[in-house]
Write a protein that binds this ligand. Structure first.
Ligand SMILES: Nc1ncnc2c1ncn2[C@@H]1O[C@H](COP(=O)(O)OP(=O)(O)OP(=O)(O)O)[C@@H](O)[C@H]1O
Length: 310
């Protein structure tokens, strides 16, 4: 980010990370991270295991101090933003209070929020109305996630932070969950979620941040991230026996998979690959050239970075 973008984000942004670093002993979990989130955005935070996603969220929520750099939330410190009720959070870790009912726990969360919603509304929105009387320690994993979701939306917060929110939820719960999050975003709230479900990031996020070893590897729309990965999938059938060596010698070819007379390959310059394919005298049928999905783009980007820094 440029200095003027940082100044603008400081004035009008929802979140600003400016050169933030955090280490645990010798492990640098977050390494000079700079980004801003704008009000009303829904942003996915992606990264392989250990990339620093949870640490980033902890810093954003004021649960850990940064070693250097600054974290601002609506122009204040994370802690001030939390106390003012401006952030609702749903974290992976942290047990729920056990010996209380779902309703009692949600009542407590509402009582603690400066701008609470009615308890019944929170329970219904999280799909908990039917099990409000049940003890929290008797819930399934997916039901516990719904309780965490209820706690994150107990009041009118401006920023909702979710760490792998749908892990353990069944398909219907997931759909309900994201429908609610869309409503929250449509009402102008900023939503930041860390996830390993790339199809969710693709479908839901306006913007995707890819972390790798505590650094920002990519920042853009899902379409931009796919384009950045650069590779295309090329597939075709041949009506003669497949000459693997000739295919491997085509320009820009990455991986190559042959199944009978069907060929599937990755190319970082599909035009060059296909032109050269025709030039060899082969005649491909059913030729298809397609972009990568977000998941494939993510793997391509992170693997390229691993190779670059190895
Ligand atoms: N409390 C801690 N003490 C020591 N090291 C830690 C601690 N928490 C995280 N780390 C290390 O910091 C790095 C970043 O971890 P973090 O949990 O932020 O990553 P993540 O992207 O959330 O990973 P995952 O996808 O596996 O949840 C990892 O190398 C991890 O081992």
């Amino acid at each position: 980010m440029t200095t003027s973008a940082i100044t603008a984000a400081r004035r009008t942004g929802a979140v600003l990370f400016d050169s933030v670093t955090k280490s645990y002993g010798t492990v640098r979990a977050v390494d000079g991270l700079t980004f801003a989130l704008h009000p009303g955005e829904t942003v996915a935070l992606l990264g392989p295991n250990g990339a620093g996603k949870s640490t980033t969220l902890d810093l954003l929520l004021g649960l850990r101090p940064a070693d250097s750099g600054t974290v601002e939330v609506f122009g204040t410190t994370p802690r001030e933003a939390v106390v003012a009720g401006r952030i609702g959070a749903m974290l992976q870790s942290g047990g729920l209070m056990e010996d209380v009912t779902v309703r009692e726990l949600v009542e407590l969360a509402c009582a603690l929020h400066p701008r609470p919603y009615p308890v019944d509304q929170v329970l219904t929105r999280a799909g908990l109305a039917q099990i409000a009387g049940r003890k929290v320690n008797k819930l399934s994993g997916g039901q516990e996630q719904r309780v965490r979701f209820a706690l994150a939306t107990a009041g009118d917060s401006d920023l909702i932070v979710l760490d792998e929110p749908t892990t353990g939820m069944d398909v219907t719960s997931r759909q309900d969950f994201w429908a609610t999050m869309r409503e929250q975003a449509a009402a102008g709230r900023t939503v930041l979620f860390a996830t390993h479900y790339l199809e969710e990031a693709d479908a839901i996020a306006d913007r995707v941040l890819v972390l790798h070893r505590g650094r920002l590897l990519a920042d853009g729309t899902a379409a931009e991230i796919k384009a950045k990965a650069g590779a295309r999938k090329v597939s075709f059938d041949l009506d003669t026996a497949v000459d693997e060596a000739a295919l491997r010698a085509l320009p820009a070819v990455g991986s190559l998979e042959i199944s009978g007379r069907t060929v599937r390959l990755r190319s970082h310059d599909a035009d060059a690959t296909v032109h050269a394919l025709y030039a060899t005298g082969l005649y491909p049928h059913n030729l298809e050239v397609a972009g990568l999905g977000l998941e494939q783009a993510f793997v391509a980007l992170t693997q390229a970075e691993e190779a670059r820094t190895a």
